[in-house]
Design a protein around this ligand. Structure first.
Ligand code: FAD
Length: 326
C-alpha cells in the first residue's frame, strides 16, 4: 500500500514543531484508515527532537533530504527535491502544514507531478477503497468545501495551522533518520533570502487570550489600549489587517486569512467589523467578546459577549478591571 508522508522544511523560517505534530496526527489517522504506513520527510535538516516526535506519532520511517541548495529557502530546490522523492516512492498522499513557504511550494509540486492539491485543509477522511475526501476552509473562512481527490498520482494536502489538535500514540518504535539522496545540480539560485523575518516571543497561534484591535481604534496611539488590556489579561495583542497595512503594528500581529490562524480560549475584538477574512483567523476561538459602535456589525454574529459602544471608552475600563482582578 502506498504510504502517507508528512513533509516539513526547515527552509528560511524554520519549523514550528507544534504544527508538525498536528500534520502527523491527521496523517497518521489517514494512514491507519488506508492501511498504509506513515513516513516523515524532513527537508533541509532534521530537528533534534524529530526521532522522539516521530515515535509519539507512530511514524514508521523518518527520512531526510539535505543539500546546500535547500538551506536558503529556495522554493525551486524544494520542489525539485520533493518531485524526485515522489517519483521514487509514489506516496498516496503528502501532507504539509501550511505556512508562507508551503503556499509557494505545494501547488508547484502538484503541477510538477500532474496531481491534485488542496490548500487550507482542515480535515482528511479516508477509506481503503474510496477516494480521499479533504475538507478545506473556503471563501475567506466563511464556508467549508469537501474535495474528493481522484486517485491519480500523489495527492498534496496543505493543512491550516490550528485545524487539528495533536494527539499522540503509545508503544511505537523510535525511527532513526535515513537519508534520501537527490540531485539538485540543475537548480539555479533565483531568490536569495537576505534576512528571514523573525518573530520574538510567544506566538499568537499558541495564545489562550488574544485582545485584537481594528480600524475602530481610529489612530495608532490608541493601539496601546489593546496592548495594555492584553498584558493585564495575560494574553497577546492582535490586529486586523488595515492596522498592519497602515504600519500601525507589525505583520506578526495580523489575525486572519492572510495573517495568523488562532484558536484562543478568549478573543476580544475591539473596533473590528468581523469581515470573513478576519474571522478566518479567529472564528475557532472558544469565546469571542466584541466591542463595536455598530449594533449590526458582523462580528456580533460570532460573539458570545457583545458590547455596543465606543472601544476608546470601554477598553480603559476593562484594563482597570483586569488589573484589579489580577
Ligand atoms: C484577499 C484578502 C485577504 C484579507 N486578509 C485579511 C486578514 O488576514 N485579516 C484581516 O483582518 N483582514 C483581511 N482582509 C481585509 C478584510 O476584508 C477587512 O477589510 C478587514 O478585516 C477590516 O478590518 P477592520 O474590521 O479593522 O476595519 P473595518 O471593516 O473598517 O471595521 C471597523 C469597525 O470598527 C467599528 N468602530 C468604529 N469606531 C469604533 C469605536 N470607537 N469603538 C468601537 N467600534 C468602532 C465600526 O463600526 C466597524 O465595524 C483581507 C481582504 C482580502 C481581500
Amino acid at each position: 500500500m502506498r504510504s502517507v508522508v508528512v513533509c516539513t522544511w526547515s527552509g528560511a523560517r524554520g519549523e514550528i514543531l507544534e504544527e508538525t505534530e498536528a500534520a502527523l496526527t491527521i496523517a497518521r489517522k489517514t494512514s491507519v484508515a488506508l492501511g498504509s504506513d506513515l513516513r516523515w520527510l524532513a527537508v533541509g535538516s532534521v530537528p533534534d527532537e524529530a526521532p522522539e516526535i516521530a515515535q509519539r506519532h507512530g511514524v514508521a520511517a523518518l527520512e531526510h533530504i539535505e543539500d546546500p541548495k535547500l538551506a536558503g529557502g529556495q522554493a525551486d530546490a524544494f520542489v525539485e527535491a520533493l518531485a524526485q522523492y515522489c517519483r521514487a516512492h509514489s506516496p498516496k498522499l503528502v501532507v504539509f502544514s501550511q505556512g508562507f513557504d508551503i503556499r509557494l511550494v505545494a501547488p508547484r509540486l502538484a503541477g510538477r507531478l500532474g496531481s491534485g492539491v488542496v490548500m487550507n485543509a482542515v480535515d482528511i477522511d479516508a477509506a481503503p477503497d474510496g477516494p480521499l475526501s479533504v475538507t478545506a476552509s473556503a471563501y475567506g473562512g466563511d464556508t467549508r468545501v469537501i474535495y474528493e481527490m481522484a486517485d491519480v498520482g500523489t495527492c498534496i494536502v496543505s493543512l491550516l495551522a490550528n485545524a487539528v489538535v495533536p494527539e499522540r500514540v503509545e508503544g511505537a518504535a523510535q525511527p532513526a533518520p535515513e537519508p534520501f539522496a537527490v540531485d539538485l545540480s540543475a537548480i539555479e539560485e533565483r531568490v536569495r533570502v537576505i534576512e528571514a523575518a523573525r518573530t520574538e516571543g510567544p506566538r499568537l497561534e499558541d495564545a489562550e487570550i488574544i485582545v485584537a484591535g481594528g480600524r475602530g481604534l481610529a489612530s495608532p496611539e490608541n493601539y496601546k489600549l489593546v496592548e495594555q488590556l492584553a498584558e493585564a489579561m495575560g494574553g497577546l495583542p492582535g490586529a486586523s489587517r488595515p492596522l498592519v497595512d497602515e504600519g500601525w503594528v507589525d505583520s506578526s500581529r495580523q489575525v486572519g486569512l492572510t495573517g495568523k490562524i488562532t484558536r484562543p480560549a478568549l478573543y476580544v475584538a475591539a473596533g473590528i467589523s468581523g469581515a470573513s477574512q478576519h474571522m478566518a483567523g479567529c472564528a475557532a476561538a472558544k469565546s469571542i467578546a466584541a466591542i463595536n459602535t455598530d449594533p449590526d456589525a458582523a462580528i456580533f454574529r460570532y460573539a458570545r459577549y457583545g458590547v455596543v459602544g465606543d472601544c476608546l471608552q470601554i477598553l480603559p475600563e476593562l484594563i482597570r478591571a483586569a488589573k484589579q482582578g489580577s
